[in-house]
Ligand binder design. Structure first.
Ligand code: HEC
Ligand code: HEC
Ligand code: HEC
Length: 147
């Protein structure tokens, strides 16, 4: 990780933490600060401020548990993140990571984070039809190899 990216990441986390301070800054500053779309439900899998700073560690830890140790749990599953953080496009269907409106992209562009995750993982919830077909296929059911 380049230190420039790291510093920008820190600045973003500071800007976004403490909603009042954050929104005041966003209004006064001429630098556009990302406004991630609100997730579904009452709360995230951990506190929002914790998620801002640490979501990548949760995901990477969960991945290692699954891929290296075969442990599969729902709590920090990427598929669950995608389900709660789906954002609809003009057609009323959830948008993929290709679309700048995608929740996961909303901050990453700002901090110049590039992800390869969505080359394999679905970046939007499966359509009803795909979900039905996937339930007969354990590999796809894990959210890998979408649609
Ligand atoms: C080359 C393809 C590939 C790439 C790239 C990839 N993954 Fe995965 N990932 C997999 C496969 C295959 C599994 C195993 C799925 C299973 O066995 O359930 C997996 C499992 C996971 C899991 C555990 C299953 C779950 O959702 O709970 C997480 C979390 C995860 N990956 C996150 C990531 C993240 C974050 C990135 C990007 C930094 C990423 N992956 C990049 C293929 C990939
Ligand atoms: C049950 C639904 C749900 C699940 C599952 C979920 N989230 Fe969230 N997430 C939310 C809600 C609600 C918020 C708070 C949004 C707000 O306060 O505006 C949130 C906030 C966040 C934030 C901070 C956004 C901001 O405004 O700064 C990040 C980052 C995030 N979630 C990532 C994830 C990741 C990564 C996962 C999977 C490991 C995940 N979420 C799973 C509902 C969920
Ligand atoms: C509130 C802003 C925000 C949102 C929303 C967000 N991220 Fe991030 N994400 C960041 C920041 C900032 C970094 C870089 C941290 C660093 O470089 O230390 C990052 C880094 C990551 C990394 C590590 C990349 C690397 O190269 O090390 C992964 C994986 C990741 N995010 C996954 C996701 C996923 C999946 C979602 C959607 C569920 C998401 N993020 C939504 C701000 C966000």
């Amino acid at each position: 990780m380049g230190w420039v990216k790291f510093i920008t990441g820190l600045v973003l986390v500071v800007l976004l933490s403490g909603t009042d301070v954050g929104s005041a800054c966003a209004q006064e500053s001429r630098v556009p600060v990302p406004k991630p779309p609100k997730g579904k439900g009452e709360q995230c899998v951990r506190e929002t401020s914790f998620m801002r700073a640490n979501h990548m560690n949760l995901l990477l830890h969960q991945r290692d548990e699954t891929v290296q140790k075969g442990i599969r749990t729902k709590k920090y599953s990427l598929r669950e993140c995608i389900a709660c953080h789906a954002v609809n496009g003009k057609d009323g269907q959830p948008v993929s990571y290709e679309d700048p409106k995608n929740f996961c992209r909303s901050c990453h562009e700002y901090v110049a984070v590039k992800l390869d995750c969505f080359e394999c993982h679905a970046s939007k919830p499966p359509s009803k039809k795909a979900a039905a077909a996937n339930s007969e296929n354990g590999y796809r059911a894990s959210g890998v190899l979408p649609q």
